[in-house]
Design a protein around this ligand. Structure first.
Ligand SMILES: [Cu+2]
Length: 107
């Protein structure tokens, strides 16, 4: 009974501290190894195009995350700037049949 109460209070105190530590590590990693850009993509004519584009972008070494939006004809790409560049991303989509331009650089 007493032990349970002590353990409960201990959990309440340590949980937020643990969460903060995890959060801080994530932020540091994002700052040092990731950059995110939004590409405006041409030639998207149907919903299937987004899978072709996503596959092409994920094939670029250094790309970490891709999200393609058919309605806005854009792709948000997170990548390691030491391994690739927005120029390489544009080359990949262009080679797949979808020329693109950088519409936004997200820091
Ligand atoms: Cu299509």
């Amino acid at each position: 009974m007493t032990f349970k109460i002590i353990f409960f209070i201990f959990s309440l105190v340590t949980a937020p501290l643990l969460m903060q530590t995890i959060h801080a590590e994530t932020v540091v990693q994002v700052k040092s190894n990731s950059q995110s850009v939004t590409l405006a993509i041409q030639n998207m004519t149907c919903a299937m195009c987004k899978f072709t584009i996503k596959k092409a972008l994920l094939g670029v070494v250094g790309v970490q995350e891709v999200s393609v939006d058919y309605n806005s004809k854009t792709a948000s790409v997170t990548f390691d700037p030491q391994k690739t560049s927005s120029e390489a991303l544009i080359k990949a989509t262009t080679d797949a049949g979808y020329p693109a331009t950088v519409s936004q650089i997200n820091k």
